[in-house]
Design a protein around this ligand. Structure first.
Ligand code: BG6
Length: 488
């Protein structure tokens, strides 16, 4: 069936920087379903030619030079159209319908606009007959800043579109290595018997970024690392790491298992935030050899910088899933901006036997760890102990690694997270999209932490840009006799 993809906010930053380049990858991989048309809709008047010049420019800036070919651009650009209009107005949308959309075609509407106007666009889609049973609506974060505001936004969408037609993007679910968690866990039977509180000591999930808040200080100051990263990306990674095996690999089963994890998260209430969470804010420092300003010294895009802002650019949380499999296993989450490097990983620390037979080597006898590196160099590594070769008496130990490195940094990727997700929207597969119930449960957990920060007046601690975060983040683990897996 022919498909029309209408991108509302089609001339905006998200569309230009992410969506058109990712759709180009589908063309490049010969995955663009036949007869797909992409219609960028915006208020600003411009001709199709002018619009295509812009799309091409952004594409070349965002796609590796080796992957850009005039021939592919030619076939891709034939599918792209520009529609001027106001998507909150049914009449205006009706004109777009008449001029650009095929009557019997499948329609995908991507809302690359602020959630504030989601409701109006949905009403207008309904008003001009575009909210059909087959229409799919794609939205992405920020979906509110609390459970309450999420519910309000979602009600606006749900009034017009049932859950089956709503695709909520979390771009982490489009990443190869995040999906690989499913393969690693459920296609390798050796892990399953070990994947529980009997054998796992603790789990760490780290997403560290080198970048600062860039040119979006005002947005970020209202958001912070917990809302920007933990509520969505880190909790989704946690779900895939810890969920029960789904009965089948389809959207309903996978989402139901993830939801159970979110609903089993122990609430961190009131004063508990003081011992189980850490808030940090970056100060001036050196990142990648370059001196960079602190968070409060950045240039603001809109509002004046509040010198007393407590917005966290770093957060560390000791979480726990209270269920049969995981109760008692701490799951340490941390993420932050302006840290020493850009990398994301999950580290599963296995327990050690209490009976030690390598007495003289005690301190070298480290526990086994499974390190799942999500980015930038993707791979899996298992830390194992082995004997130091040689004639030294006894069995001296050293640790080594079994490595399964999928790609090195030099490899050019021919698709990205968005292309995978957009492809799934076109195929009508919701498995990698987040359900309303998941988003709501995640907000509920995060809201409780914010309430605790508020009631205790807990402040953000400074950390120098280029470091691994505030000292308190180390104490969060050292109190439990543990330490963060060192970034390799
Ligand atoms: C976005 C956040 O969702 O994810 C950004 O809003 C963050 O602040 C980005 O930088 C990180 O994504 P990635 O894919 O670079 O790890």
């Amino acid at each position: 069936m022919n498909t029309d993809m209408l991108i509302v906010g089609g001339d905006g930053d998200l569309a230009l920087r992410k969506l058109y380049p990712s759709l180009y990858y589908l063309e490049l991989n010969n995955c663009m379903p036949e007869n797909t048309r992409i219609i960028g809709m915006a208020r600003t008047g411009q001709t199709r030619e002018e619009f295509l010049v812009k799309v091409k420019e952004w594409l070349k800036a965002n796609v590796a030079a080796e992957l850009f070919s005039e021939e592919k651009w030619e076939s891709y650009s034939q599918k792209i159209f520009f529609a001027q209009g106001d998507a909150t107005n049914a009449e205006s949308l009706g004109k777009v319908r008449e001029e650009f959309l095929g009557e019997g075609n499948q329609l995908v509407v991507y809302l690359a606009i602020p959630p504030l106007i989601f409701g109006k666009v949905c009403n207008a889609l309904e008003g001009c007959g575009l909210a059909k049973e087959t229409t799919r609506l794609v939205v992405e974060k920020p979906l509110g800043d609390s459970r309450e505001s999420f519910i309000a936004i979602n009600n606006e969408l749900a009034r017009t579109f049932p859950e089956k037609q709503l695709f909520r993007i979390d771009h982490y679910l489009g990443k190869e290595t995040v999906q690989n968690l499913i393969a690693l866990r459920f296609a390798n039977d050796i892990f399953e018997p070990l994947w529980n509180s009997r054998y796992v000591d603790s789990i760490q999930i780290t997403v560290s970024e080198e970048v600062g808040v860039g040119n979006r200080w005002s947005f970020y100051d209202q958001t912070g690392a917990t809302r920007d990263m933990v509520q969505n990306h880190l909790l989704q990674v946690l779900c895939l790491t810890c969920m029960e095996p789904p009965a089948v690999l389809d959207a309903d089963s996978v989402r139901a298992e993830k939801l159970k994890v979110l609903n089993s998260l122990k609430m961190i209430e009131g004063e508990e935030v003081l011992k189980d969470t850490v808030r940090g804010q970056y100060e001036r420092g050196v990142v990648g050899g370059k001196e960079v300003p602190g968070y409060l010294e950045e240039e603001s895009d809109k509002y004046e910088i509040d010198p007393n802002s407590q917005t966290e650019t770093f957060v560390a949380i000791k979480a726990e899933i209270q269920n049969w499999r995981w109760s008692g296993v701490p799951i340490y989450l941390r993420t932050g901006k302006r840290l020493r490097g850009r990398h994301s990983e999950i580290v599963v620390h296995f327990k050690q036997s209490k009976h030690k037979i390598f007495q003289e080597n005690h301190e070298n006898h480290a526990s086994n760890r499974l390190i799942i590196r999500l980015q930038p160099d993707e791979g899996i590594r298992l830390r194992v102990m082995n004997k130091v070769a040689g004639l030294e008496p006894g069995i001296p130990l050293e640790s080594g690694c079994l490595n399964l490195w999928f790609s090195d940094k030099k490899e050019i990727k021919t698709h990205d997270a968005y292309s995978r997700l957009l492809f799934d929207v076109l195929r009508n597969d919701q498995t990698l999209f987040v359900s309303a119930a998941e988003v709501e449960a995640a907000w509920k957990w995060v809201d409780t932490i914010f309430a605790g920060w508020k009631s205790t007046g807990m402040k953000a601690q400074g950390y120098p840009a280029g470091s691994i975060g505030p000292v308190a983040a180390n104490e969060l683990l050292s109190r439990d006799g543990r330490e963060w897996h060192e970034i390799e």
